[in-house]
Design a protein around this ligand. Structure first.
Ligand SMILES: Cc1cc2nc3c(=O)[nH]c(=O)nc-3n(C[C@H](O)[C@H](O)[C@H](O)COP(=O)(O)OP(=O)(O)OC[C@H]3O[C@@H](n4cnc5c(N)ncnc54)[C@H](O)[C@@H]3O)c2cc1C
Length: 515
């Protein structure tokens, strides 16, 4: 049964021009009083990742009737938690650490108070072990972090301080299409001046191995060579977030994001259908708008000949980034990191010095598998005992590999962990590895194992998936794109969905300009 879409808090009514009480076209009450679905919606969303659901919620809040169609048997895309190894061990299938959710204006809404109360903060947001039992650590406190960096402490404080103080302003201006006029021009000008540079350039401000390594670990989330423009921006935003809002994990797992979004959608009368892969838009129930939480590569098949050739060619030039090989473990206990700070870190960046991480990332971009890959490791058990049976732990990791790689990198990832935590191998009770080439089996958006929705090079950070004033519009009446392949890109923040939904409202339902 589909419920009326007139909801408390709607800012305008989509059928304001039709004041009749029967203007809700989406249900009919039979003589017997039964509500019948007539399957005509204001909007159908294809894909229930965080962006698809954020779009659905934004549309439903405006009073629209919304239906979400998901291909996988369970909803959530990048926000799912499952027993991947052994019974009782619950692993985040994709996203695990949530600095971007914590910064996102969308998730700041009071309806997500319950979700935010489940965010649990490790004492150390992220740490970067080095050989010889040392580690660099980003603590919640900027000062404590700077103090830990010794001779580079003052330079670190000078570099990060303005962005930590202005983190909310920064998020408001970064989590939008890049060419929108900034609301906080001073903060953005300062961020642009350093963030558009390469991590290699900015690391020149530091003279010690730990400070340089700390920056390398955060900047490598861009999945680009550290000599490439904008890699500093990735590193600075994520490091500023560590100090300003932390890098929390969700108690019980990232599926909590999906549950919160679906609770809100259902409360607003929206509906969800799982287990139905959409091959063409003709398969969908009728609607005024279709919002696609899909990879650009899927647009051609979904929209068919109606897609203008020029756009088809432009979208065909969209580049995927490198892939990841993901490994999850069930462990008999906590990882025995040699460096103390690593034992209470939620996230760890493995790869050694700046130069080693830079070499590994450059190799991946050149199509090679590094012997010592850069790895991101999350140990939710430092703050969330619910992930595994008593005293046991789950561990989550991935390393970067060339796009489409079918290589099982679990040995290389375990060697990196063992390098900084001797004895790790003795704890392994179970393991599950997904090479990059298999990442898209469960979610076609991860093309060749690219989990960021497209390469984060300068051009695609600026304009994704095509250069356009409003990149959420697909040039076919009523069709929109809302996935991480639109601005502001990858990560769990929901803002691609929000901007796409606002565009739908402005174009088709009399809403205000999207930004
Ligand atoms: C291994 C991994 C680790 C990650 N770690 C983090 C992290 O720690 N923190 C973070 O912030 N981000 C992380 N991310 C990135 C984050 O998960 C994604 O950027 C985010 O989920 C993108 O959201 P989305 O809604 O655009 O797409 P997705 O979450 O990919 O959702 C798309 C949904 O659409 C469905 N779909 C696609 N095509 C169709 C179709 N034709 N028919 C029906 N359904 C379809 C898919 O099944 C999927 O459910 C990680 C991703 C992965 C894979």
């Amino acid at each position: 049964m589909y419920l009326p879409f007139n909801t408390p808090g709607a800012t305008f009514h989509p059928h304001a021009t039709d004041p009749s009480p029967d203007c809700n076209r989406h249900r009919r009450v039979t003589a017997a009083g039964t509500v019948v679905d007539v399957t005509v919606y204001d909007a159908v969303v294809v894909g229930s990742g965080p962006n698809g659901l954020a779009a659905a919620v934004t549309l439903a809040r405006a009073g629209l009737s919304v239906h979400v169609v998901e291909g996988a048997p369970t909803p959530g895309g990048g926000c799912r938690t499952e027993e991947l190894t052994l019974p009782g061990f619950r692993h985040d299938v994709c996203s695990a650490a949530h600095p971007l959710l914590t910064l996102s204006p969308f998730f700041a809404d009071p309806v997500f108070d319950g979700l935010r109360s489940r965010l649990v903060q490790p004492a150390v947001p992220f740490a970067h072990p080095l050989d010889g039992g040392r580690a660099a650590a980003a603590y919640r406190s900027l000062d404590a972090t700077a103090d830990g960096l010794g001779p580079d402490g003052a330079a670190y404080r000078r570099l990060l301080g303005p962005f930590v103080d202005g983190a909310a302003e920064l998020a408001a201006d970064v989590l939008v299409p890049a060419w929108r006029l900034p609301r906080h021009p001073v903060t953005m000008a300062r961020f642009g001046a350093v963030g558009l540079r390469s991590a290699q350039h900015v690391a020149g401000r530091f003279g010690t191995t730990p400070a340089r390594a700390l920056l390398a670990g955060a900047a490598a989330h861009a999945v680009r060579p550290l000599s490439a423009p904008v890699t500093a921006g990735f590193g600075l935003l994520l490091t500023a977030a560590a100090h300003a809002v932390g890098w929390p994990v969700l108690a019980g797992g990232s599926a909590a994001v999906t549950r919160a979004l679906l609770d809100e959608l259902t409360r607003l009368g929206g509906t969800l259908e799982c287990g139905r892969w959409v091959g063409t838009l003709d398969d969908l129930p009728r609607s005024t708008a279709v919002v696609l939480d899909v990879a650009p590569a899927a647009l051609s098949g979904l929209v068919g000949p109606a897609l203008p050739d020029r756009y088809r060619r432009a979208v065909g030039r969209f580049r995927s980034g490198p892939g990841v090989c993901k490994v999850d473990w069930a462990l008999s206990g906590p990882v025995p990191w040699t460096a103390e700070a690593c034992r209470s870190a939620g996230t760890l960046h493995l790869g050694g010095t700046f130069e080693e991480v830079a070499a590994a990332e450059a190799a991946v971009t050149a199509g090679r598998h590094p012997d010592r890959p850069y790895c991101i490791v999350v140990q939710p058990g430092v703050v969330d005992p619910t992930r595994a049976p008593d005293g046991r732990r789950t561990l989550w990791a991935y390393c970067h590999v060339p796009n489409g790689s079918d290589r099982d990198m679990s040995g290389a990832v375990e060697a990196q962990i063992e390098r900084f935590a001797p004895g790790f191998g003795d704890l392994v009770l179970g393991r599950r590895t997904v090479p990059a080439s298999r990442m898209s089996d469960a979610n076609p958006n991860y093309v060749g194992g690219d989990i960021g929705g497209g390469a984060n090079d300068l051009a695609q950070t600026w304009a994704r998936p095509v250069p356009a004033r409003n990149p959420y519009r697909v040039p076919v009446q009523g069709v929109y794109l809302c996935s991480a392949s639109t601005p502001p890109g990858g990560g769990v923040h929901g803002m691609c969905g929000v901007h796409a939904a606002r565009t739908v409202l402005a174009d088709l339902f009399g809403g205000p300009p999207p930004w």
